[in-house]
Structure formats: C-alpha cells, structure tokens
Design a protein around this ligand. Structure first.
Ligand code: NAP
Length: 306
C-alpha cells in the first residue's frame, strides 16, 4: 500500500485527505517514484477548489500535485534510459503528494547530486513555464522585459533566465521583496495604483511583458509594450479581450530535457536561485495549500514526503 493525498469533492483545503491506497503499477512509458519531496503550485489549489470543473466533485477520488522529486522504484513497459534507484525530478502524472506516484518518463530529469530533493521539487512547473513564455516572447539580449508578480515561483525563474540571456528586467512586487529582487539584478516596482507610471519611470521602454499575476494588468501591459503581440499571460482569463496570448502549457509545453539543459547549469553556478518559502510535512498539505492561496510569498512551497 501507499499513502496519497486525495480529494473526493471540490472545496477548501479541508477536502484534502491523506489515505491508504493500493500502490499503482506504471503503465507504458511510465515509471513509479518513491517520492522524497513534492512542490505545491497555485494550479493545485485551483484544481482542488473546482475552478476548472463543472459539478461538486471529481468523477473519482483525485490526487494532487505536479512537481515531484524522488527515486525511481519501478519501470513500466517500454521505458528505456532510466534505472530503478535513480534520483529524478519532474512532473507527476497521478498526484505528487503521495509516498508513491507515477510519471511519464519523458517528463523527468536526472537529479544531479548537488541538487537537494526539496530544491528539485520546487523547480519543474516554475522553470518550464518561465522558459516557455520567454521563448514565446522571443526575449533576447538588450531588450527590457516586464514581469508582473516577479517574486513568485514563475516570476523569479523568468527574471533570472532573462538576465542570463542579457535582457534587462523590471518586475512588480510588494516593497518587502525589493531588496532581494535587486540582488538578482531586477528593477523592482510596487504593484497597485500608479504601477504603469512607476514602470515608465524605472525603464526607458518595455519590449515584452510576462503577466504572472493575472490581476487585471493586461491593458496597461499592452500600452507599455506597444502591441498585444509583445505580451503573454499565464494567469489572466481575460487575455482574449485584450488580444493577448494565454499560455497554459498543453501544446506549448516544452520538454523537461530542453528546459533543464538551460536551467541546471545556471543553478549549479548560482546564476539562478529559487528560494523555498516554507516546507511542510505531507500531513500538513492543507496548510501548504492555504499559504499558496494567500499568494504573498517569495519562491516555493515544498512538502517533505520520504
Ligand atoms: N499557465 C501556466 O502555464 C501557468 C504555470 C504556472 C503558474 N501559472 C499561474 O501563474 C500565477 C503565478 O504562479 P506562481 O507559481 O509564480 O505563483 P506564486 O509563486 O504563488 O506567486 C505569488 C507571487 O504573486 C505576487 N503577487 C501577489 N499579488 C500581486 C499583485 N497584485 N501584483 C503583482 N504580484 C502580486 C506575490 O508577491 P508579493 O508577495 O510581493 O505580494 C508573490 O510573490 C498563478 O496564477 C498560477 O496559477 C500558470
């Protein structure tokens, strides 16, 4: 048997239940992981709350969590290039918040020894999203990128990747984050009333905008960048009304191998940092979801499992 956090109805963090479940066998192209750590992302509580569903309950009890790090403990049919006992991280297929989970082998990356399990579980969704959206925007050296919600998981990776590629970065965050953001080479401005003017005062021009906040900033982002083509949101459902692209993964998703060929060397030499705001034991996943939903954090939330 395994232990997994599941929910049988949509709702608040209290619907999450840690229960005994039969240990699943990996299907074709999948591996099973003994989970060490699991990351928490806003998408986890959005799914749990029923935001993307009709009705009060999923068709069957549903697992939670995408970001995972652990050790391969079983290989499914057709899996090549991986071995039992290998430490890996990536995106889980059946809920990362569990003692065991299944993952498509193509969505995993070998975990280098220098990368600790908590840090590894903090990375996959944030890094893939940041890399994907910067590529879609065509960010390059000498340009100025504006990132809304730059102190969040996606924002921090996007800002540091853009800096590594030679771009200037201006980003919105609350004042308490500004000193840390300056350390990373980001020009911070406070969000809220007057933010467009503050951005104009901070930089001469804006070439591209990544909206990771989803809080009604697309109109002014189009004004600042000069065209909706220069703006991408990952969080604002009103994108179409502004002629702006919404990138939600799916067809846009970039292979983990490509993302981490770029990100791991930067992490190893300290040119990219993704702080962990707080870790929780698996049993306290409801508190981890509450903190993520609160929405004011610098970096990631990680569950300690194994
Ligand atoms: N479409 C996709 O593929 C995709 C992928 C990943 C994430 N997302 C979405 O993108 C969003 C960000 O994800 P994340 O993982 O980076 O979230 P996160 O780590 O939870 O980000 C929280 C950050 O948002 C900032 N924030 C709060 N209110 C703000 C405001 N009014 N203006 C600007 N920043 C504000 C907070 O800064 P302060 O602490 O300074 O307030 C905090 O640093 C979420 O909605 C998530 O669901 C979408």
């Amino acid at each position: 048997m395994s232990k997994a956090v599941r929910f049988s109805r949509f709702g608040g963090p209290e619907v999450l239940v840690l229960e005994d479940v039969p240990t699943a066998e990996p299907g074709k192209g999948q591996v099973r992981l003994a989970v060490a750590t699991a990351g928490v992302n806003p998408i986890d509580w959005k799914i749990r709350s029923g935001l993307f569903a009709s009705g009060d309950a999923p068709a069957e009890p549903q697992g939670t969590g995408i970001d995972v790090a652990g050790t391969i403990d079983s290989l499914g049919p057709g899996v090549q290039g991986w071995r039992v006992g290998q430490p890996v991280f990536g995106k889980a297929a059946t809920g990362a918040a569990a003692t065991h989970t299944l993952a498509d082998s193509a969505k995993l990356v070998a975990k280098p020894e220098w990368l600790a399990f908590p840090q590894a579980a903090a990375l996959p969704v944030a890094a893939e999203t940041a890399y994907r959206t910067l590529r879609l925007l065509g960010v390059r050296a000498g340009q100025t990128l504006l990132v809304h919600a730059v102190a969040g998981g996606v924002g921090l990776v996007a800002a540091q990747l853009a800096r590594a590629w030679g771009a200037n970065v201006v980003g919105t965050a609350s004042p308490g984050r500004h000193a840390f953001l300056r350390e990373l080479g980001v020009r911070p401005v406070s969000y809220g009333e007057g933010v467009e003017q503050r951005v104009r005062e901070a930089v001469e021009s804006v070439d591209a905008v990544l909206d990771a906040s989803g809080r009604g900033v697309l109109g002014m982002s189009v004004e600042l960048a000069g065209s909706p083509d220069r703006v991408i949101t990952i969080a604002d459902p009103d994108a179409a009304a502004h002629g702006v692209r919404f990138s939600g993964g799916g067809a846009d998703e970039v292979a983990m191998s490509e993302v981490f060929a770029e990100v791991l060397p930067l992490l190893e030499r300290g040119a990219l940092r993704l702080p962990i705001e707080q870790t929780f034991p698996l049993e306290r996943i409801a508190d981890a979801h509450r903190l993520s939903e609160f929405g004011h954090l610098t970096g990631k939330i990680v569950l300690e499992v194994g």
